[in-house]
Design a protein around this ligand. Structure first.
Ligand code: LLP
Length: 428
């Protein structure tokens, strides 16, 4: 879906910008975000929900995938709401101009300060557990809009670290406590429970778990109404996977949306529940494919008969996903797009650990130091999980569209790295 092509000089172009020129201008490594691809994904979700769901709907961007001012502003301008999971994400979304009524605050251990910020900013709080419910009941001086997150007990096939729907999950109320929770909320007039939430996991290719989820949730909805709760919203979470390599074959946004919209409609009919305002909460599938990371190739090591390493000027600090989840990526060489792929190499990062390998055994054209390696599908959970490990400054990010490039996150400097350091007098 990326608006990418190879130009007449055999170089990769994204959003009408030559990637090698972008690196020359903005430095390396560089996150390059294609605005059109983000907007297209927003519209695909929005339009699919409009066409497949007979009731009202709202798509919510799970901003943990990439939370920064520009990304929040883009999705908000497409009519999406924004989900945040910390005071920092909430602050950023507010600064980006996201309307409080379009903000949803998640998290399994929100601090009192975070809850107060959420109350003050008048966003909707997705309550995850008893402590939060009781704290909120104490803090709320006026009615606060909340939704309740429950664990649906639905299994899916994805990496163990990113499954959330199974009963043995740290997120959400255990469904066995549902009566106690609804009863507590119904007795607290300042807790205005407008809906229910569940999320089953991330990078999911199967449609079955999402087909099954609404049946469980609509039962909860019915029960909530029995307790007199004003539940009108149903948020079925996110989780649709994206293609990282040729082997990945995820359903399209439209296919996924059709399945969930039809499943919610059918469950409501079967259980005679009025259609709720249907919300979904995608992160990865909205932003993941819209970004590439460009690196500069440096040193090379040939281990006879075993492998050849080529190293790049970034690694696990700008993309911690391979080392964390064994995620597999592919890559191209931006300045040699037409050259035959005659070499098999392993792309290593620059960090001081052997596990800092971005891609194992990939076919590339023969490369030279200074060539630009481009890794696609780095929009989700890359910048947002980036670190300063080894005191490596975080890369810049540019937004490209119609041949124009704007910096949306400036490159960190060495001064940035020590901005929070303090040297006690006695050490000087
Ligand atoms: N809603 C909730 C409550 C979530 O916890 C998540 C993701 C989402 C929505 C969005 O899920 P998505 O559509 O992006 O799959 N760092 C991991 C992914 C962690 C996902 C956490 N929750 C990774 O890099 O794969």
């Amino acid at each position: 879906p990326l608006t990418a092509k190879v130009n007449s000089s055999g170089c990769l172009e994204i959003g009408g910008c030559d990637v090698t020129s972008l690196v020359a201008q903005f430095g390396s490594p560089l996150y390059i975000l294609d605005e059109e691809t983000v907007r297209t994904a927003c519209r695909q979700y929005r339009d699919s929900f409009k066409s497949y769901y007979p009731g009202e709907s709202q798509v919510v961007y799970a901003s943990k995938a990439w939370n920064c001012l520009a990304v929040c502003a883009i999705v908000h301008s497409e009519g999406l709401a924004v989900e945040v999971v910390s005071g920092g994400e909430l602050y950023t979304a507010l600064q980006a101009g996201v309307a409080p009524e379009k903000l949803y605050f998640h998290g399994n251990n929100k601090s009192v300060q975070e809850l107060q910020l959420a109350i003050d900013s008048q966003c909707t709080i997705i309550v995850d557990n008893w402590l939060e419910l009781e704290t909120l009941a104490g803090l709320a001086k006026l009615p606060v809009s909340i939704m309740l997150r429950l664990t649906p007990g639905i299994e899916c096939h994805t990496h163990e670290y990113i499954r959330t729907g199974h009963l043995d999950s740290k997120f959400g109320f255990d469904p066995h406590q549902i009566d106690r929770v609804f009863s507590f909320v119904s007795k607290n007039p300042n807790l205005k429970c407008i809906g229910l939430h569940a999320h089953i996991g991330s990078q999911i290719f199967e449609l079955q778990p999402h087909h099954d989820l609404p049946g469980v949730m609509v039962e909860w909805l019915k029960k909530a109404a029995d307790y007199g709760l004003p539940v009108t919203h149903l948020n079925i979470g996110g989780g649709l996977g994206i293609r990282y390599t040729e082997a990945d074959d995820p359903p399209s946004i439209a296919e996924w949306s059709k399945v969930v919209c039809e499943a919610v409609t059918a469950a409501c009919q079967a259980q005679q529940v009025p259609l709720p305002k249907l919300m979904c909460e995608p992160g990865r599938s909205l932003i993941g494919s819209a970004c590439v990371t460009a690196y500069t190739i440096g040193s090379r090591k040939e281990v006879p008969e075993i492998r050849t390493y080529i190293s790049v000027d970034g690694g696990m600090s700008d993309n911690p996903r391979p080392i964390t989840y064994q995620s597999v990526y592919r890559a191209v060489v931006a300045n040699r797009m037409s050259a035959p792929l005659t070499e098999t190499v392993t792309v290593a990062g620059k960090h001081c650990e052997s596990g800092d390998v971005l891609i194992k055994d990939i076919s590339l054209p023969p490369t030279q130091p200074g060539d630009i390696l481009v890794v696609p599908s780095t929009g989700a959970y890359n910048y947002s999980m980036a670190s300063n490990y080894n005191r490596v400054p975080r890369p810049a990010a540019v937004l490209v569209k119609d041949g124009e490039a704007n910096v949306i996150i400036r490159r960190e400097t060495y001064q940035d790295l020590i901005r929070c350091d303090r040297l006690p007098e006695r050490l000087i």
